[in-house]
Design a binder for this molecule. Structure first.
Ligand SMILES: [Zn+2]
Length: 319
């Protein structure tokens, strides 16, 4: 135990507190405005002390004057056994490629936390779905040159595909798709998702057979409100590389796709892909631009250093 401004904190809390205390207070004040009863959603409450928890410290408790029940606020981590910083750190490190078992070992070695690797996977999946629902509703300011690519993923002897489309201006992944095969229908699905956040002048793809037909079906038959987007084909067979700079972005994503654990369950794979996309678009700086794609795309979302944490809180308030 240490004493800071007469507040007793454990050394683990201390580790987290140092540089961001000011920011946290701000977030907390904002958060309090969003306190509402978890049972009846009323905001007619009084403070009623604290609840002590093993891993999360003291949690403020409230009494709802409408339904007469005691509750703790749902800040996105309601009823979670572990501290939100432990959870978001685990998600961040897992998605940046530390396996769930290695992450479990780190938590055990450095904090003496006993967490199973399945619990870590559960955190990733739960919060990925939550954050994704929120960020899909935001506005994106994208450029007019999109580049698309597919990657084969071997899953228990099957050849699945991961499709991604990147906006050249912001390096944001504009759309992605997970499928069990490569076909015109799947290519259409993918392209539809890729142009949902912005309308480019062209999309460049490799020479795969299903693209021309998919483009024709989508853009020249008035399916998406008369929208037309030029289809550029790079003769990949000749050059083996379709755009040097965009290729480095695809390589980074592909590397992570290959390394990922937890692909055994089919339902799980697309969620983990979504986690990768969130990590790319919102969490990590792009090495070429030194900015995060969402910042370049002027997405209106206020996040501090711990981006997963802030995105989860925003999602909880806005979903
Ligand atoms: Zn109530």
């Amino acid at each position: 135990m240490w004493l800071i401004n007469n507040i007793r904190v454990t050394h683990i809390e201390l580790l987290y507190k140092s540089p961001i205390t000011m920011k946290c207070k701000k977030v907390k004040q904002k958060e309090n405005k969003n306190v509402c009863c978890v049972f009846c959603k009323a905001q007619n409450y009084i403070k009623k002390g604290y609840r002590r928890t093993e891993y999360r410290g003291k949690i403020a408790r409230y009494y709802c004057k409408d339904c007469g029940k005691n509750f703790t606020n749902n800040d996105g981590f309601y009823r979670m056994r572990f501290n939100e910083r432990t959870i978001t750190m685990s998600i961040d490190m897992f998605v940046s490629n530390l396996s769930s078992r290695k992450m479990r070992n780190q938590l055990s070695r450095h904090f003496s936390f006993k967490v199973s690797h399945i619990t870590i996977l559960d955190w990733v999946r739960r919060y990925t779905l939550k954050v994704n629902k929120f960020i899909e509703k935001l506005g994106y300011n994208l450029g007019d040159s999109f580049y698309a690519d597919e990657t084969e993923i071997q899953r228990e002897g099957k050849h699945d595909r991961f499709w991604a489309c990147i906006d050249w201006n912001t390096r944001l992944i504009t759309g992605y798709h997970y499928s069990l095969n490569g076909s015109i229908t799947q290519a259409q699905e993918f392209i539809k998702k890729s142009v949902a956040k912005g309308k480019p002048k062209f999309i460049q793809t490799d020479a795969a057979q299903f693209y021309p037909k998919a483009f024709k079906k989508l853009f020249y038959s008035n399916k998406i409100g008369g929208l037309t987007i030029e289809h550029k084909i790079q003769n990949y067979q000749k050059t083996r590389i379709h755009n040097y700079k965009i290729e480095t972005v695809f390589m980074k994503i592909k590397d992570r796709v290959y390394d990922f654990r937890g692909f055994k369950a089919l339902w799980s794979a697309p969620i983990l892909m979504t986690a990768l996309v969130i990590q790319h678009n919102f969490i990590e700086l792009h090495s070429g631009t030194n900015e995060t794609p969402f910042e370049r795309a002027s997405v209106d979302v206020q996040v501090g250093n711990n981006r997963w944490l802030d995105l989860i809180r925003l999602a909880t308030q806005n979903n």
